[in-house]
Design a protein around this ligand. Structure first.
Ligand code: NAD
Length: 481
């Protein structure tokens, strides 16, 4: 496949709307490769998209569950059929390795197929009334126009896990993807159109903060689903509350992986490698804090450093690459800056944390491991969002749990142990929305709820059977025969 530069357009009311390119998305593995030229949507583009979604809503919300299911099933099939091409495009633009890019694409296809099933399921309830001769039942009805604002790190899976349930339950959508990775959203719009979605059911506006803010402030948007940073999420929540729109936020993490003395060492090291560094550490569920008990600490650090030094960093599309570049210059600089911050705070950089010059000019850096840190340091409190993990040595399980729970985020948490007692206690007492026992903190199923506690998440859970909560509203019906 030739690496052409795409010229992207907004997709509004069932057609592509020409707009002047305002920025470019580049291949972070090779900065000479321009992936796309992208328009920068503003309030009027958002307004057009929201109006189209509003116009399409009555018919779509009244369409039969089977019609909605069929559309989602076709979208899922088309994504899966194009997995190689889309996965490659994803890796070219975001920088995750080709298997990771294809894997994410497959996940997006599976999500649509899962929600094709959900569209057919009855989510209301029939109850006995407290009054004789009266029947009571609840209906789950579509909310209306949903504004979806997404980040760059899962450029097809996150739009999929928001758009699929929205459409399944009869809502119409306006998607505003991240400016760094626009092509997957364009590919999704193309597939939605090919699958036969009625005009206006799915709309796409490119742009950055201005387009996002316009969507958040638009009076005709009934629900806002946002994934991104905590700082922007707080603004989205404020805008939504100002006009009493529904809002759901998925934000950052500072996820702990606890490694106990009784865990299998090789397995623990593999969990840390996988959770903290795969996808270049650019996952909200990445294990950025490695909390290790004293008996195994030194061996763990040595073994992990050995594996990291051997990790092949390179062009995302090269077959032997194990870790691709950071998505952007800013993201790479951020990771390098945090390594410096950790050093200044007294942390010991065991390996990595340096910019790499490879065959192509890209945002390459070596995976960093920082030992000798304390949980009060900035490196352990602020989200880095790169291939950087720090180690905190603790005396025992009790201290490990206390450290894991000390912080403002609560997305995912993991424990490596052979002790059923500690695993069971951790599951109950760790403050996180997702708990992994002898599994990496990152990497989740698509058919179960996803989300965190504290400042990681706000509002109803996303994904799987939980998605019905956000994308429908309940009507209670009383009938006397
Ligand atoms: P970001 O917050 O900078 O941007 C997210 C989206 O919000 C983008 O589409 C952006 O254009 C838009 N935006 C920016 N300013 C806005 C404003 N004022 N109003 C409305 N929209 C606005 O995040 P990012 O850098 O794209 O992504 C990285 C972040 O996403 C990390 O913090 C990561 O933890 C988080 N993330 C969370 C999850 C999760 O499910 N918890 C998943 C993936 C990523």
């Amino acid at each position: 496949m030739s690496d052409t530069t795409q010229t992207l357009q907004h997709f509004i009311g069932g057609r592509w709307v020409p707009a002047e390119p305002a920025s470019r998305s580049e291949n972070p593995s090779d900065l000479t490769d321009i992936v796309a030229e992208v328009p920068d949507g503003g309030a009027s583009d958002v307004d057009d998209a929201v109006r189209s979604a509003r116009l399409a809503f009555p018919a779509w919300s009244q369409a039969t569950p089977e019609a909605r299911s069929d559309l989602l099933d076709r979208i899922g099939d088309l994504i899966l059929q194009r997995r190689q091409e889309l996965g490659r495009l994803l890796s070219r633009e975001e920088g995750k390795t080709l298997p990771e890019g294809i894997g994410e694409t497959v996940r997006a296809g599976r999500i649509f197929k899962y929600f094709a099933g959900e569209a057919l399921r009855r989510h209301g309830q029939a109850l006995d009334s407290v009054r004789s001769g009266v029947d009571v039942h609840t209906r789950r009805e579509a909310v209306g126009v949903c504004g979806l604002i997404t980040p760059w790190n899962f450029p097809i899976a996150i739009p999929a896990w928001k758009a699929a349930p929205a459409l399944a339950f009869g809502n119409t959508v306006v998607l505003k993807p991240a400016p760094q990775t626009p092509t997957m959203a364009a590919a999704l719009a193309d597939i939605v159109q090919e699958a036969g979605a009625p005009a206006g059911v799915f709309n796409l506006v490119f742009g950055g903060a201005a387009a996002g803010a316009a969507l958040c402030g638009h009076q005709e948007v009934d629900a806002l689903s946002f994934t991104g940073s905590q700082a922007v999420g707080a603004q989205v929540a404020l805008a939504a509350h100002r006009r009493q729109a529904r809002v759901q936020l998925e934000m950052g993490g500072k996820n702990a992986l606890v490694v106990l003395d009784d865990a299998d060492l090789d397995r623990s090291v593999q969990l840390a490698l996988d959770g903290a560094y795969f996808a270049t550490g650019q996952r909200c569920t990445a294990s950025s804090r490695l909390i290790v008990t004293a008996g195994v600490h030194n061996a763990f650090v040595d073994r992990l450093a050995e594996r990291l030094r051997a990790l092949r960093v390179g062009h995302a599309l090269s077959e032997d690459t194990q870790m691709g570049p950071a998505v952007s210059h800013e993201q790479m600089q951020r990771a390098l800056r945090y390594v410096e911050i950790a050093r200044e705070e007294g942390g010991r950089v065991v390996c990595g944390g340096e910019a790499l010059s490879l065959d192509t000019a890209g945002h390459f850096l070596s995976p960093a491991l920082i030992a000798g840190t304390r949980n009060t340091m900035r490196i352990n409190r602020e989200e880095v969002f790169g291939p950087v993990a720090s180690v905190i040595q603790v005396a025992d399980y009790d201290e490990a749990l206390a450290v894991a729970n000390d912080g403002e985020f609560g997305l995912s948490a993991g424990i490596a142990t052979s002790s059923l007692k500690h695993a069971a206690h951790f599951e109950r007492h760790v403050k996180a929305g997702m708990v992994m026992v002898n599994l990496p903190t990152a990497g989740v199923d698509y058919h179960v709820p996803f989300g965190g506690t504290r400042k990681s998440s706000y509002g109803p859970r996303e994904q799987g059977f939980a998605a019905v909560e956000f994308y429908t509203q309940t009507k209670t019906v009383y009938t006397q025969g």
